[in-house]
Design a protein around this ligand. Structure first.
Ligand SMILES: CN1CCN(C(=O)c2ccc(Nc3nc(-c4cccc(NC(=O)c5ccc(C(C)(C)C)cc5)c4)cn4ccnc34)cc2)CC1
Length: 285
């Protein structure tokens, strides 16, 4: 049976904390890349399960707070969320073990497959719908992502797209990333209330989702091109929004624009977005 039919590895029996994974059961394989946290490698768990292991560089995150939160994160389970299997926290660096997604980040996937994606509106819309389903699940569980973007979504077999690293941003220690004035802060995905007051909510995730939709229909272009962060902040605060991507029909662009309403209350919920996207996708057939 395929890994996604198997339950998340319950490490019961080896340690009393089911979110604690025994590192001796992981066989580390090739490097998948490195984020600002350190190296990410593929690993086999108990000889059969493909996993991705983030080896957290020391000093990059508040580890104890994260380990506490991991207990909650392992309970968030949905077909469009990258499943957190557990952590190895008895040694340093700590490991964050998740399900493995074989095609890597959605951003790289869009850029690599631009040629045969631009003409496939149905596939692009399906990717938007999958991300929206994962986000609607988080919204229902009052869980805020805080860094939703194509770079933080992953692609598996059969064009499955899943949201990754939800909530992880809270544990980053680098204030170049956490403060809105920092060089690593994701300004281009930030809602006005996040830029002005760092006020995160599911509605600020909806703003970021609109930018993610724009990334998908632009096949991985950088939003606002080469504009400097200060220029983007000024435009967003004046209500200037991203222009319609070429490959995007008006009905879909209108949905993106709804995500960019200045006031959070005016933006649709992910639950409402899911309905709107479904209706548009029916209309396309
Ligand atoms: C044919 N192609 C060949 C090249 N290719 C790959 O090499 C490739 C294949 C699979 C990959 N899969 C995964 N890659 C990663 C991965 C790889 C590198 C970096 C990262 N990301 C990070 O380290 C990271 C993410 C978020 C954050 C914030 C700021 C939000 C807190 C900080 C750090 C993840 C995580 N995964 C979790 C599940 N599956 C994967 C990644 C890359 C893709 C396929």
């Amino acid at each position: 049976i395929s890994p996604c039919d198997r339950p998340a590895p319950a490490t019961a029996g080896l340690s009393h904390d089911k979110w604690e994974i025994d590192p001796s059961e992981l066989v580390l394989m090739e490097e998948l890349g490195s984020g600002q946290f350190g190296v990410v490698r593929r690993a086999k768990w108990r000889g059969y399960m493909d996993t991705a292991v983030k080896m957290m560089k020391e000093g990059t995150m508040s580890e104890d707070d994260f380990i506490e939160e991991a207990k909650v994160m392992t309970k968030l389970q949905h077909a469009n969320l990258v499943q957190l299997y557990g952590v190895c926290s008895k040694h340093r660096p700590i490991y964050i073990v998740t399900e493995y997604m074989r095609h890597g980040s959605l951003l790289n996937y869009l850029r690599r497959h631009e040629a045969n994606l631009t003409c496939n509106i149905g596939l692009l819309l399906d990717m938007c719908i999958q991300v929206c389903k994962g986000m609607a699940y988080l919204e229902k569980h009052n869980y805020i992502h805080r860094d939703l973007a194509a770079r933080n979504c992953l692609v598996g077999s059969e064009n499955i797209v899943k949201v990754a690293d939800f909530g992880l941003a809270r544990y980053v220690l680098d204030d170049q990333y956490t403060s809105s004035g920092g060089t690593k802060f994701p300004i281009k995905w930030a809602a006005p209330e996040v830029l002005n007051y760092t006020r995160f909510s599911s509605k600020s995730d909806v703003w970021a989702y609109g930018v993610l939709m724009w990334e998908i229909f632009s096949c991985g272009k950088m939003p606002y091109g080469r504009l400097k962060n200060t220029e983007v902040v000024e435009r967003v605060q004046r209500g200037i929004i991203l222009e319609k991507p070429k490959a995007c029909v008006k009905e879909i662009y209108d949905i993106m624009c709804n995500c960019w309403a200045q006031s959070p209350e005016e933006r649709p919920s992910f639950r409402a977005l899911k309905e709107e996207l479904h209706i548009v996708s029916q209309g396309l057939i």
